[in-house]
Design a protein around this ligand. Structure first.
Ligand code: ATP
Length: 248
């Protein structure tokens, strides 16, 4: 790691740390060609949010957690960036929720799948985590999508009722919602199609969200679903936060 990235007192430490994780993942062959561009788009929005968890995002995170805890078949769907940025935290969350993690990547190659599986299995071993990792052998398809990006597993995504899918693509998010699933997304861009389409949108940085979820579960505090939750309001509050930040 570069000297700057290794120094926690650096004002951009977290951001540099995330970039470093992506560099390492890139070297291991875990990422698609567009991964760094997607991350850059996220960074730009994070800057506008003040690189912090805003109150509406925290409320959305608690709502998402409540829905995951009360789900019959919850699943966490991950892509290369998610594994690179928060693989360890995701596996800990899956263990606490007692749900599988499914690797579901847009640009699927055997080499990338192998690298991602290897990375997650290494973490599982190091952390003594017992979580099922699906996705190596897709045996089902998401209706309404063409080509390999429709592939998924029956025991994971297809049969899930609640799916946490950080950094989803707009089309796939729409297809999952059309299947009647409760789709929980993490997206720093409140204007993306994914953010607008999901059941619950956490407008926050992915690793912060997963850390918050784990901390909430560890605290032993109850997670209660807000029956009056409005995702439209969550998005509006994020946009208002950005507008206020720009005017300040
Ligand atoms: P959509 O199809 O939903 O309109 P998009 O085409 O704008 O999405 P992609 O390029 O597919 O977006 O994916 C990048 C998305 O992920 C962006 O919206 C970006 O803000 C978000 N993003 C990137 N990195 C992170 C991160 N670490 N945490 C949260 N969101 C992130």
């Amino acid at each position: 790691m570069s000297e700057i990235a290794a120094d926690p007192s650096h004002p951009r430490y977290q951001s540099l740390l995330m970039r470093h994780r992506l560099e390492v993942a890139e070297e291991k062959g875990m990422l698609a060609g567009s991964a760094l561009i997607a991350h850059g788009r996220g960074e730009a929005f994070d800057y506008l949010l003040g690189e912090q968890t805003i109150p509406s995002a925290l409320a959305a995170t608690q709502q998402a957690l409540a829905l995951l805890c009360s789900a019959t078949h919850p699943v966490i769907s991950v892509n290369g960036n998610v594994v690179a940025l928060a693989g360890k935290e995701i596996l800990h969350l899956a263990q606490k929720l007692n749900c599988p993690v499914e690797i579901n990547i847009f640009y699927r190659t055997p080499e990338r799948m192998k690298a991602l599986l290897q990375h997650l299995n290494e973490i599982k071993q190091q952390e003594a985590i017992d979580v099922e990792i699906l996705g190596a052998k897709p045996n089902a398809r998401i209706p309404g999508l063409e080509g390999p990006r429709a592939n998924c597993t029956k025991e994971g995504i297809l049969d899930s009722d609640v799916i946490l899918v950080p950094l989803e693509d707009g089309d796939r998010c729409e297809a999952l919602v059309s299947m009647g699933k409760t789709v929980l997304v993490i997206d720093l861009n409140p204007l993306s199609r994914t953010a607008q389409m999901a059941s619950v949108t956490m407008v926050d940085e992915l690793s912060r969200v997963i850390v918050n979820m784990n901390a909430h579960l560890d605290s032993g505090q109850q997670v209660v679903e807000n029956k009056k939750y409005s995702n439209n309001e969550t998005i509006q509050r994020a946009l208002q936060h950005i507008a206020a930040y720009l005017q300040s």
